[in-house]
Design a protein around this ligand. Sequence first.
Ligand code: AHR
Length: 636
Amino acid sequence: EMVIQTKKLGAEIQPTMYGLFFEDINYAADGGLYAELVKNRSFEFPQNLMGWKTYGKVTLMDDGPFERNPHYVRLSNPGHAHKHTGLDNEGFFGIGVRKGEEYRFSVWARLPQGNGKETLRIELVDTKSMGEHQAFAIADLTVDSKEWKKYQLILKPGMTQPKSTLRIFLTSKGTVDLEHISLFPVDTWKGHENGLRKDLAQALADIHPGVFRFPGGCIVEGTDLNTRYDWKKSVGPVENRPLNENRWQYTFTHRFYPDYYQSYGLGFYEYFLLSEEMGAEPLPILNCGLSCQYQNNDPKAHVAVCDLDGYIQDALDLIEFANGDVNSTWGKVRADMGHPAPFNLKFIGIGNEQWGKEYPERLEPFIKAIRKAYPDMKIVGSSGPNSEGKEFDYLWPEMKRLKADLVDEHFYRPESWFLAQGARYDNYDRKGPKVFAGEYACHGKGKKWNHFHAALLEAAFMTGLERNADIVHMATYAPLFAHVEGWQWRPDMIWFDNLNSVRTVSYYVQQLFAHNKGTNVLPLTMNKRNVTGAEGQNGLFASAVYDKNKNELIVKVANTSDTAQPVSLKFEGLKKQDVLSDGRCIKLRSLDLDKDNTLEQPFAITPKETPVSIQGHVFTAELEPNTFAVYKFTKK
Ligand code: AHR
C-alpha cells in the first residue's frame, strides 16, 4: 500500500529538474546535431585535405580571407580536355541526403588571376552507383570576382542517399580559389542557416527539458589545456571559428577516430539559442584551469592558481556575452550574431569531474570573482563518484565551504548501484549546496547497450531524485547522442545514422519524468515506511507529485521485480468533495529485458497510455513485473 499525503504540498520541484546534457562525443555535434554535411570545410585539419580527395591541379594555399582558418584550395586548368580538376568530400560517414529536399551549397571563392568568369560544377554523387550516372543532384556555379565572395546555390537530390559524396570540379579553363565549402539542409530545426539537424533537435525539444548543459563533459577540460573547449573561439562568423581537436578522438573503449575534430560551428551562441528555443535554462560548463582528470600527471594539465586570471575572465566574459547589453564588448558580439536581447543566463558551471584536491583551490577564485560581479549567478561545482563508484568525501565539505549553489555528481554505474541508491539523497545535508545529477546512466554489467532493463533501473533511481526534489534541482542523463558508425561510449540516449534517429527506452524514461514532473513533491510512504528504494519493498520504487497548474496528482512506480505486484494508491488529506477523475496510466514495459529500440525497430518499446478508474480516493491495480508506470488523476 502506498499512502500519498496531499494536504500539505511538499518541496517545490524546480523547473530545471529534468534536462539534457550535451557533449560532442560519439559525433554528437559535427556529424550529428550540427547539420553541416561537409567534413573539414575550411581545410584546417592537421592533414589539410583529410576528408577530401583531390584530382587534377589542386594546390593548398594558406593566405585565405579568414585569419584563424588561413588554408584554402586553388583549382587550376588540368591542361587537357579529358582531365578534370576538382575535389570530393566524403562527409561524416558519407553525406546523407533525401530525395526532393533542398540543400544549400555555399563556398567562398575568388578569381586569383583577375576579372572574368570561371565555372564550377557542383554535384552530389553516388560513387558506388552501378548505372551510367553517378551524379543525382547537379548545379553550376559561376565565380565572377577577383575579391573573396560568398556564393550559394541549392541542390535538390533526385534520390535519397545516406552516403553520397559532394563533388566540385572546374568546368572552365582558368583558376579559382575556394574556401569554407559547406552544405546544409535548408530545412534545419527552426530554419536557422547555421542550423541543427531537424530530427535530432526535435527529439531534444520533445523532452521539454528544463535545463540544457553544454558543451560537456571531458571536452570542457580537453586532453590537454590547449585543446580545452574555448568558448570565445566558438562565437562570431563561422568561417573564422578555428578548429579544435576533439578529446574523444581516442577513448577508453579503444574506438579511435583520427578525423574527429570540432569545427566550433555549433558554438556557444547556437547552444544558447537552442536552450532558448527549447525553453530550457542554459547551463554552460567552463574549464577551471585543469584538463581531463585522466591526464593529471601531464604538466600541460594544470594552470597554477596564481595564473588563473585569463580563465576567470573567460567566465566573466561569458556572462557578459549571454546577458550583457548590446553596448558591452561581449553583448555586442551576441547582438551582431543576431540576438540583441540577452539570453538571461542564470547558472554557470566551473570544472567537470575534477576530483583531486587541486580543484577546490582553483574553484575558489572563480567563485569570488563571479560573486563580486554577478551576485545572483548560480554557480555549479563538481564532485564524484567516479566511474568506479568511488566517492570523494572531502569534496562536498569543500563545496559547502565555498558556497557553491549546486554540485554536479556523475553516476555511470551497474544495475546493483541503481537498485541500491534509491535513497541516495534521503539523508543529504539540507543546508549545503543543491544537487545536480549531471551525468548518469545505468551501465549494465556486461550489457553496455540501451536495453530496457537499464532504463527501468534508471526510472527506479529517478524516483529517489524526485522524492528529494528539495535538494536535487537538476538531473541530466548522459551522454545524449551517438552516431551508429562513430561512437566511443555507450549507452546513449539517442542513436542516429546519417538520415534517421532512434529514441532509446532511456529517452522515454527521461521524457516521462520531464512531462510529469509536477510542481510539488507529495510525501509518499510505502507499507507505512518512507520509500527507501528496493530494499524491503519488494523491488518497488515510487514517488508522487502534485501539479498545481493542472490540478493533477501523479504517482510514478517502478516495479523492478520479476513478479507482478499489487499497487494501492491511497490519497490522504483530500476533502470529501474532492473528486479524482480522468485516471490514466502510462506504462513502459518489455517482456524481454534485453530488448532495445533500434534504427530498424525504433518503436519496439514506447510508453503506452490507458485510462484507469479510481474508487473515491483509492486506486488499486496490479503492476506487471519489470514495469515503469506513471499514474495520473485530475482533482476537481
Ligand atoms: O559522458 C561521457 C563522459 O563521462 C563525460 O565527458 C565525462 O564528464 C564523463 O566522464
